[in-house]
Design a protein around this ligand. Structure first.
Ligand SMILES: [Zn+2]
Length: 303
């Protein structure tokens, strides 16, 4: 065999084994299935290279109305751990009941969900899914509890790597606690406490830091608010001296822009972090959370 041929064969073997190591189905690492980006970030941060994380939502897609393919339902059934947030994706709620995953981390068992906390009720949202607010990840303190539970679950699924899960979780929790402190300090003294986001994603955040959201749409972003609701939002925005109407990265800014135009107000981005795209203000959860804090501080004249 020529030296060149031997070299090429060696390279081929390295490439092939390299590929095998990456394909989730062909290695022994636990597969963690998550519904949307913030839990993908949490699972990857805690799991590191010891786990394979599969997200049911494609980057840039709105997780609220995501449908599941047959492959994804199979992924749910075969996962070693499913991180599940009830009330976020009807298709996943249904699939969880039907597939009975091997191991389920139900986020609602870790942090208590409530009905629109931190929110000024501005009339019917025409939203059939309205009930418990699923947007818990926008509250860093609740994320601490979720990351801690995730670390414990992974240690059960894969005890050999428990030390790694635990130490990475400690790092993530320290990051989240720092973020919580930045929010608490940054929003402690604001001239305006009301803010107008595009959909009702920021209730837990508002409640945690003493703000009040007046959302244009309800818990799901794609349901058009009624004219009466829009009139209410407009009235409250004027009464509370709001100067900014927020839109978000994954859905159309049209309603927010029209409202801002009508009222002569500014627009800015407040990102519910339901997915990360090139349009996101940063490349990960912590970065976008910090961009959101900056946007809120500017809009609400915080010192
Ligand atoms: Zn949402």
């Amino acid at each position: 065999m020529s030296r060149l041929l031997r070299y090429l064969l060696t390279v081929a073997v390295i490439v092939l084994t390299g590929c095998t190591a990456i394909a989730p189905s062909q290695d022994n690492r636990p597969v963690v299935v998550v519904g949307l980006y913030p839990f993908q970030w949490a699972a990857q941060s805690v799991g590191g290279d010891d786990v394979v994380v599969v997200s049911l939502t494609q980057p840039g897609a709105d997780p609220h109305d995501a449908e599941l393919s047959a492959t994804q339902v199979k992924q749910l059934a075969n996962a070693d751990l499913v991180v599940f947030l009830p009330g976020m994706q009807a298709a996943t709620d249904k699939a969880i009941v039907n597939t009975v995953p091997k191991r389920l981390l139900n986020v609602a068992d870790v942090v208590q969900l409530s009905a629109l906390p931190g929110t000024k009720q501005v009339g019917a949202v025409g939203d059939p899914s309205s009930g418990l607010d699923p947007h818990v990840w926008l509250d860093p303190a609740r994320m601490v509890a979720i990351v801690s539970a995730l670390s414990q679950e992974l240690a059960q699924v894969d005890p050999a790597h428990a030390a790694g899960y635990s130490s990475r979780a400690a790092t993530v929790i320290a990051d989240l606690q720092r973020l919580d402190t930045e929010y608490a300090t940054g929003l402690a003294q604001c001239e305006i406490v009301t803010f107008v986001p595009s959909h009702a994603a920021f209730g837990y955040l508002a409640q945690r830091y003493g703000l009040i959201q007046v959302p244009i749409s309800g818990l799901a972003p794609d349901i058009e608010p009624s004219p009466a609701r829009l009139a209410n939002v407009r009235r409250i925005a004027q009464e509370t001296s709001v100067n900014t109407i927020f839109f978000e990265t994954l859905s159309s800014p049209a309603l927010a822009e029209t409202l801002a135009d009508d009222l002569g107000l500014l627009t800015s981005v407040l990102d519910p972090i339901e997915g990360i795209t090139d349009a996101s203000a940063a490349s990960d959860y912590l970065g976008v959370m910090r961009a959101n804090l900056q946007a809120l501080r500017e809009a609400n004249n915080c010192r």
